[in-house]
Design a protein around this ligand. Structure first.
Ligand code: ATP
Length: 556
């Protein structure tokens, strides 16, 4: 099925009828600054809806539209689910009278009042357990859909989960996402086994699973479930639960919480390239139950399943949705029952911080002696160059060293105080990704607990669940005729290389350059979500274009 045919609605209308003009929108204010774009709140003059406009930053204007943005857009266009941020359209801004200046492009998405990280930072917000269950359930639904369609998100974290005042949670930020080759997860079978290697340079450190820290390349959708576990714990604690200040310290914090790896709880760990540094940790049983002692046994049970060291046995989204946690009292809140809160975006946070007492101390379960990368001896270990060169022993409570962007040759920093200890170190370079693959019927998942029926459903069709969402959040039969199958992208790279390149008809030079991005481990270890934000693309050393058969030794 070609992607073109899938870009039509059920009525045969094009879903994306070209670009709108930016003058169709009235700008209301700035919401945030990501690495890849500035985000604004705006009103559509056509239908009066409030939207978010994410401007695609052209860091290398000569090179044209960034391929990373093209990837994200192409993937988002093909995805349609109530718990995945919807790309409504693209909008173009042509500068008047500026000769050859390239136009600016904006991604138009529905406006969401919060991201989870911002919401947790709001001192007026205290999540109830039904609310946590409601968000977690929606997160798992979105992830189940992604994984059923063989897409890895690879940057699961609270800051990438947008929440509306209608209580709807949507997974956002597909800049690191990519299709995977293996069959989709099946009920009762965890994430399965990967057949091929992918780059390990993914996932923001605080949410990065142990297998990636140990540099497993044959990873699976289980990496996203680890991130869900971190987010779940974060909702209980009100702050991130595993805040390593280096990869080694991240591993230490994980193993303090869930126990050190053994051949029983993480078979094969001692053969992974990054295992050497952690062999000296000694035996620790883990203290998860103690750290979360205020939570119910079922909450702890699900958290343990999500934070399993063994990625093959880590619970998958299909099974997590069936966990008795969701069907035991207190039942999940319905999205519409969740209170409305003051908007919480990146740029709203300073005011929250000003209202707040001193920043919280490092999580109790974490290592009390955060180290730099000094003891991390695994081959290919990533020196946290930018973290460790200044104040690498900082407690996360004080935030990371903030490197002025201007000093790094990047774009200017945003307003003072934008750095945020809650959002985590900056995500890794967006390197690969892409287009879609044929979708699949989703696995058997019960209807959401707030719908009344608790009986498990074995057919697992998505459309039976979708109607619980307000129409504005509904996809159109997953947006696609023919059962909403996500189109198969061209290419896929050779089987052992994570060099997937979509067929954009672009020139091979672009593709080669694109493959080059994201390989330098040092690029993603050190920076933070906001403030001191690193412009990876600008910093990335330029390499000469490769021949099509180029195989990056760093990728095995
Ligand atoms: N649809 C939306 N509605 C409301 N706010 C949004 C929306 N999309 C993004 N934002 C806000 O804008 C900010 C930056 O957006 P986003 O995270 O997508 O950019 P990014 O470049 O991908 O970020 P990062 O630098 O973390 O990769 C976020 O803090 C988020 O809260």
């Amino acid at each position: 099925m070609s992607i073109i045919s899938l870009e039509r609605t059920d009525q045969g209308e094009p879903r994306f009828p070209g670009c709108s003009n930016i003058r169709d929108f009235e700008f209301i204010g700035k919401l945030g600054e990501g690495t890849f774009g500035e985000v604004y709140k705006a009103r559509s003059k056509k239908d009066n809806t409030i939207v978010a406009l994410k401007k695609i930053l052209m860091h290398h204007e000569k090179e044209g539209f960034p391929i990373t943005a093209i990837r994200e857009i192409k993937l988002l266009k093909a995805l349609s689910h109530p718990n995945i941020l919807q790309l409504k359209e693209m909008s173009v801004e042509r500068s008047k009278g500026e000769g050859r200046k390239k136009p600016s492009m904006y991604m138009v998405t529905p406006y969401m009042e919060h991201d989870l990280s911002g919401l947790l930072e709001n001192p007026a917000v205290h999540f109830t357990e039904p609310q946590i269950k409601c968000y977690l359930y929606q997160l798992l639904e979105g992830l189940r859909y992604l994984h059923a369609n063989q897409i890895l998100h690879r940057d699961m974290k609270a800051a990438n989960l947008l929440i509306s005042n209608g209580g709807i949670l949507q997974i956002a930020d597909f800049g690191l996402a990519r299709p995977f080759d293996e069959p989709p997860p099946q009920a009762g079978k965890g994430g399965g086994e990967a057949r091929r290697e992918y780059t390990a340079l993914v996932v923001t450190r605080w949410y990065r699973p142990p297998e990636l820290l140990l540099q497993l390349r044959k990873y699976t959708s289980a990496i996203d479930l680890w991130g869900v576990g971190c987010v779940f714990g974060e909702m209980f604690k009100g702050k991130p639960i595993l805040c390593g200040n280096s990869d080694l310290n991240q591993a230490q914090q994980i193993f303090s919480l869930v126990g050190t790896p053994t051949e029983e709880n993480m078979p094969g760990w001692s053969s992974l390239p990054g295992c050497e540094g952690v062999k000296s940790f000694g035996h620790k049983p883990g203290n998860l139950a103690q750290v979360f002692k205020d939570q119910s046994p079922l909450a702890i049970s699900l958290l343990k399943e999500l934070l399993r060291l063994d990625w093959r046995k880590r619970i998958n989204a299909i099974d997590a949705l069936k966990h008795p946690y969701f069907t035991s009292p207190p039942l999940p809140a319905k999205p519409g029952e969740i209170p409305h809160y003051q908007d919480s975006h990146e740029l709203d946070r300073k005011k929250f911080r000003d209202q707040r007492a001193p920043l919280p101390p490092a999580p109790a379960m974490g290592s009390t002696d955060p180290t730099t990368n000094g003891g991390w001896t695994g081959p290919g270990s990533r020196p946290d160059s930018r973290n460790s060169n200044t104040n690498s022993n900082h407690s996360h409570a004080h935030g990371p060293p903030r490197i002025p962007n201007a000093a790094r040759g990047g774009r200017p920093n945003g307003p003072p105080g934008m750095h945020n200890h809650r959002r985590g170190p900056f995500p890794p370079q967006r390197d690969v990704g892409l287009p879609p693959r044929p979708p699949l019927p989703a696995g058997g998942v019960p209807p959401p607990p707030w719908e009344g029926s608790q009986s498990g459903r074995s057919d697992g069709r998505d459309d039976q669940r979708r109607d619980r969402f307000p129409p504005s959040h509904q996809g159109s039969s997953h947006g696609r005729p023919g059962g909403g199958r996500i189109p198969q992208g061209a290419g896929g790279g050779s089987h052992n290389l994570d060099s997937y390149v979509p067929s954009y008809g672009g020139n091979p030079h672009d593709r080669d350059r694109d493959r080059d991005r994201g390989r330098d481990a040092g690029d993603y270890n050190s920076d933070w979500r906001s403030g001191g934000r690193r412009d990876y693309r600008r910093d990335q050393p330029r390499r000469r274009s490769r021949s099509p058969g180029y195989r990056d030794p760093a990728r095995g």
